[in-house]
Design a protein around this ligand. Structure first.
Ligand SMILES: Cc1ncc(COP(=O)(O)O)c(C=O)c1O
Length: 357
């Protein structure tokens, strides 16, 4: 008897899997990771803590210690904090709970592609509006998109990946007046100038969600840990959609240790910001147009040389991010700010590639 074939869900048929190549390269500047491992003291604490854990038991389901630690760090109430496996899973939980087939999520492109991908995975309709070439969202575009799409959820990203620009506070405030849920992804906020976080708007806006991650400034991309701050009424709904015991004992242990060792990070962040400025200057000196960045990466214009330069860098062991199939970003490359040696390697390789062109 013929077995009936089952294709993928029809609404996912044209969804491309997320690809940021993990190519072997000596200098990997393509995924905005921290070049620094966590401190030795912190890792020793994790090692000791792990020995004391009962790994035969399920983890503490509500990650109470970690939640309290984040409450102490952020000054936000524990009932308004939600933790998951990376901010990507935070977004998944948000869309599973508040998205779905009758709801629309609006993004401003270009931005982090996973925002709309995750919305779609959770069955949510997506709409987008274009940023200006300076990467801001003109008031007219914002108002027009809100009128046209009537979104249930709007997603901002501040600083935005891949542009590096902070979102304008007034744009977020306009959305907060008109949209049921407004999400601001602040994955890179620790690299921005002081006072850039929009979390201070939380007190007056029960429809605001601020998302952050331990993957960037905290040097913990490999652990998968992210969280959101929001009104407790929003957080309460997320319990419906999480899988039981979603945060492993190990993840919670590392998160707790990271919070205890937060001070270790300040120097690393300052060094990365310094490299970002060196990269920006180095690119300008070579006649490129780098966009001003408040994050740990720099996007720069290379025109129709994008693929040649990307390939030339890779041949010299330096991997940066390219966007070969993007109509908007096809003429750009994005380079992560890492160690001083990595900046040197990038600029030297770039000089060699340019010489050979
Ligand atoms: C804007 C933005 N948000 C979230 C993430 C992913 O975060 P996580 O590792 O916490 O899932 C990234 C990763 O590159 C990002 O650029």
């Amino acid at each position: 008897m013929d077995r009936p074939a089952l294709g993928v869900r029809s609404d996912l048929a044209d969804l491309a899997p997320y690809i940021s190549p993990q190519l072997p390269a000596k200098v990997r500047l393509n995924t905005n990771e921290s070049p620094y491992p966590p401190s030795r003291e912190m890792l020793e604490e994790v090692e000791q803590g792990l020995r004391a854990e009962a790994l035969n038991r399920y983890p503490e389901r509500d990650a109470l210690v970690l939640t309290d630690g984040l409450a102490a760090r952020t000054g936000w109430s524990r009932d308004g904090i939600w933790i998951a496996n990376g901010s990507n899973e935070v977004f998944l939980h948000l869309f599973l709970a508040f998205g779905g087939p009758e709801r629309t999520c609006l993004t401003f492109e270009p931005t982090y592609s996973l925002h709309s991908n995750i919305a779609r995975i959770a069955g949510t309709m997506t709409a987008s509006a274009p940023r200006a070439r300076t990467w801001d969202i003109p008031d007219g575009t914002l108002e027009g998109a809100l009128d046209e799409h009537r979104p249930d959820i709007v997603l901002f990203c501040s600083p935005n990946n891949p542009t590096g620009l902070l979102e304008s506070r007034s744009a977020v405030e306009i959305a907060l007046q008109r949209v049921p849920i407004v999400v601001v992804d602040e994955a890179y906020i620790e690299f921005a100038r002081d006072g850039s976080s929009l979390s201070e708007l939380l007190d007056d806006h029960p429809n605001l969600v601020i998302v952050n991650t331990f993957s960037k400034a905290w040097s913990l991309a490999g652990v998968r840990l992210g969280y959101l701050l929001a009104d407790p009424a929003i957080v309460e709904e997320l319990y419906r959609v999480r899988l039981p015991y979603h945060l492993s004992t190990f993840t919670q242990l590392v998160g707790n240790a990271a919070l205890r060792h937060e001070d270790d990070g300040a120097q690393r962040i300052a060094a990365i910001v310094g490299e970002r400025e060196r990269i920006t200057q180095g690119l300008s000196d070579r006649g490129f147009e780098p966009y001003p960045s408040e994050a740990n990466f720099v996007l720069f214009e290379v025109g129709d040389r994008a693929q040649t330069i990307w390939k030339g860098l890779l041949e010299r062991g330096v991997l940066v991010r390219n966007y070969p199939s993007s109509p908007v970003l096809g003429t750009t490359l994005r380079v992560t700010a890492g160690l001083a040696d990595e900046t040197d390697a990038f600029l030297e390789a770039l000089d060699e590639v340019l010489e050979g062109m």
